[in-house]
Ligand binder design. Sequence first.
Ligand code: C5P
Length: 324
Amino acid sequence: MTFDASTRQVRVRAPGKVNLSLAVGALAPDGYHPLATVFQAVSLYEDLTARPSDTFELTVAGPFAEGVPTDETNLALRAARLLAEQAGIDEGVRLHVHKGVPVAGGMAGGSADAAAALLACDALWQTALSRETLAELAAQLGSDVPFALLGHTAIGTGRGHLLTPAMTRGEYHWVFAIRSQGLATPAVYRTFDRLSGSTAEAEPQADLELMQALRAGDPAALGAVLRNDLEPAAIELAPELTETLGVAHDAGALGAIVSGSGPTVAALARGAKHALVIAAGLTAAGVADEVVCAVGPVAGARVLQPVRMGGDFEPGPLSPVDRG
Ligand code: C5P
């Protein structure tokens, strides 16, 4: 990148995720729960553009922009500041996020923004930090941020931040039933604590049957073993999710679970056409504010292209060529 600083912008795309399995252990003294989870990155994307600035600023647009804080609490801005601090950069950055991942939906949209901001600022400021350093910074920002950098399918342990890439075959077709009223992750974990009492395991384990289904590329086998220990807690906080899950099953889903801490419901389909049938069933039943189809696994955060400014800063949705 040899562009003049005033005409540079960097564009990064980062995916949302679904937890195919989420085994949650008992609350640890550090305030976190040990996890054994299997993440899969899916084709709902956050598109972030970074441009040089004297200050740290953020604007947000797109289908899920409503209610996103643009102040210093925003994880993307915190990521940019952390990277500047780490690399000794004395500049600011102007970030723009086009949100394609539901907010507070259990799909790690905010974490995807943070991963995208790390990668974009690294490219913009030419800090050339290693993937390992970026992953360490990501883990400081949030438990799901390292996976948004890595993408594809991975086993997460620790807080969910210690990742091992997983071997998978084939493409999985998902239908996501989205609610506009999100759930706060800490509240879901607190409810989990109350519901599980002293029964939560100290060291949860990754599900071997699930790993086998992924290696075989067998969606029916995967659908049968989807698991989320946070689901009862999410249902307690949003009881209408029971009906959404029921409709997904009745519509023929191979499996249906709450995604992460919810309230998004993820339904697994046999293929693209089957996904449309399930999506139609969920829409007709009126059990979601929005229904979208997506595939997984997809790549983690990546720089699409460092481009010259073309006048307008707002990037808007990407062309079909950029998608996927
Ligand atoms: O790491 P992150 O900031 O995304 O976590 C948000 C909140 O979710 C934490 O403050 C904690 O309450 C809860 N959490 C947890 N155990 C984890 C991950 C998150 O209790 N493994």
